[in-house]
Each structure stands twice: as C-alpha cells, then as structure tokens.
Design a protein around this ligand. Structure first.
Ligand SMILES: Nc1ncnc2c1ncn2[C@@H]1O[C@H](COP(=O)(O)OP(=O)(O)OP(=O)(O)O)[C@@H](O)[C@H]1O
Length: 256
C-alpha cells in the first residue's frame, strides 16, 4: 500500500508585519481531497495564512511545499496560481455587466482580452465545460442573467465556478458562507463536498454551525500558531481551545 503524499505542507511558517508576527511558526499539512476548515478567534492569523499560501504575502521564515516538492515560499502570486492554487476572497470579483455564462467563459481564457474572448466562437468542448460547471454550481437556470442581478449566494457560487474553470488542485476560501441564507449555506456545503471529490479545499470559517455540519478535520489557530487539530468533536472538547475562545464574542459559540 502506498501512502499518499501531502498536497501542501507548511512548516514553521512565520509572517511578520513591522515586527508583529501575524503568523508565528505555523504548521499545516493537507492531504489530497480534504475539505479542511481553519478556525480560530479574531486575529489568530487565519487569513494571513491563506495569504502566504497564495503568495499574496511572503513568509519571513518557514517553508511551504506544494505537491510534495515544489517550494512555493518565494514564488510570485501569479506563479502560484499557475501551479494550481486558487484563492477566493470574501468579496466576489465577478463582471456584473456580463452574464453568468460569459463570466465562466472569460475565466476559462484569462490570457485573452475580454472582447476577444466574447467575440470568438466558442468550441463545443468549451461550451460543454461551461454547461457542466453551471450545473455543478446550480446556476444553469441563471446562465443568461447578468451577474449583477444574482443573489449574494449565487454570486459566491459563480465566483467559485469561475475559479474551478481554471482547474485548481487546491482551493482557498475565506468565509464563503458569510451573509448567506440558511438554504444558501447548505447548498454551499454540498458544493464544497462535491468539489473535494476532485480537489483539495481549505476554508477559513467563523460560522461554527457550518463547520460542524461539513468538517471532517478542523485546524485551530491561535496567536499565529497551530493550537489543535482533529475532528470538530475533539476540538470542541479541548480545554485549551475552550479557554482561547472565551471572551471572543462572535466566536464563543465554537465551543459551546
Ligand atoms: N497587512 C497587515 N499589516 C499589519 N498587521 C496585519 C496585517 N494583516 C493582518 N495583520 C494583523 O495580523 C493579525 C492576524 O490577522 P488575520 O487577518 O490573519 O487574522 P484572522 O485569524 O483571519 O482574523 P479574523 O478572523 O478576524 O479575520 C491581526 O492582529 C491583524 O491585525
């Protein structure tokens, strides 16, 4: 039997902003096909950790290895994206004046200009890819609606769909269900589970109901470090985790 190699391995990662260590010796290992939740109180360093993985900020110490042997610690953001790491920020970045279909079409061919892409005749293969993607994100019936007219949840799914058109190996999502209705949140959880049949996903999340429903493994960060890793049950019953969360208003429910 062969043991699968990690898709991402972060060792002793530190990020300093003017001497303040937002991430301070963090370790994180992800296996292929994982849906990993990264939680922790406000200011724990979760978003900064995603920023380092996608190359938006550079670590002052530590090593990040992607696909076993590619050291991405010093690579530029676009190089990391080309290697197959996609990052979705909280606010959706979609073209509101274009239709859902056109947004997906554009994300497939980002190195061509907008008008060149939209004027070119689309191949049957590309059309089928877009149709499959629309089906996956549940927006087939909204294909020809301007993206600006979508609901908040639909916009988030469209952006996830746009990222998937680039075929990333690893997807990083920052609070994807923030502001969503309960129904939208549930649909997002199902979508993430579907995505992890083929890819690895890391989700930074504060919505503990959502984490409880969909997490198999949870990583807790505190003061820039790994505090605890395990199932939600293991994490919730940990005394140190409880202590850390106490007094952190919106996060206190994590351990209650
Ligand atoms: N560019 C920056 N310059 C200076 N300090 C920063 C910068 N980015 C983040 N920080 C600080 O680093 C710490 C960690 O921030 P980060 O956003 O990573 O935490 P977080 O766990 O994602 O928090 P939250 O859950 O509130 O989003 C915070 O104290 C924050 O103020």
């Amino acid at each position: 039997m062969t043991t699968a190699a990690p898709i991402l391995s972060c060792e002793n990662v530190t990020v300093a902003f003017d001497g303040f260590k937002a991430v301070n010796g963090m370790d994180l290992k992800l296996m292929p096909g994982e849906l990993r939740f990264l939680i922790g109180p406000n200011g724990a360093g979760k978003t900064t950790m995603l920023d380092v993985i996608c190359g938006k900020v550079k670590p002052s110490a530590g090593v990040l290895r992607f696909m076993e042997d590619v050291d991405i610690s010093r690579k530029k953001e676009y190089e990391i994206a080309e290697l197959g790491i996609g990052r979705k920020f909280q606010a959706p970045s979609i073209f509101v004046g274009l239709t859902v279909y056109e947004n997906l079409e554009l994300s497939m061919s980002q190195n061509r200009g907008v008008w060149a892409t939209l004027r070119a005749t689309i191949s049957k293969t590309d059309h089928m890819r877009i149709m499959r993607q629309l089906d996956m994100i549940g927006l087939t019936h909204r294909a020809h609606v301007a993206a600006g007219g979508l609901s908040h949840g639909e916009k988030q799914w469209l952006e996830i769909g746009m990222m998937l058109m680039q075929e990333p190996t690893l997807l990083l999502l920052d609070e994807p269900v923030a502001g969503m209705t309960d129904t939208e949140t549930e649909k997002t959880g199902e979508l993430l589970q579907e995505i992890t049949k083929q890819r690895t996903v890391v989700v930074v999340e504060h919505d503990m109901e959502f984490v409880r429903s969909y997490a198999t493994k949870v990583t807790v960060m505190h003061e820039g470090k790994l505090l605890k890793e395990g199932t939600m049950l293991e994490v919730q019953s940990d005394a140190v985790v409880s202590e850390v969360y106490l007094g952190h208003g919106r996060d206190a429910s994590a351990v209650s």
